[in-house]
Design a protein around this ligand. Sequence first.
Ligand SMILES: [Zn+2]
Length: 76
Amino acid sequence: MLLHIGDRVRMRKQHPCGNDIWKITYVGADIKMCCEKCGRIVMLDRPTFDKRMKKLVEAAQPEEELNAIGKEALES
Ligand SMILES: [Zn+2]
């Protein structure tokens, strides 16, 4: 699955702080993500991340902006 910095994802297991939504802060061979509630940063390799991720909650903003620009270009 394709990931972007800024994406918000729900993980299968809750963080000890009770939150299960994480924000992606780095995408490469490893994935870095930040707990939305307590701010803890965790690094996982791709296979582990793929196994633990439940779903994408919200895609990163820049993509939405790009879509908006695309629509404007079509209308003009
Ligand atoms: Zn947490």
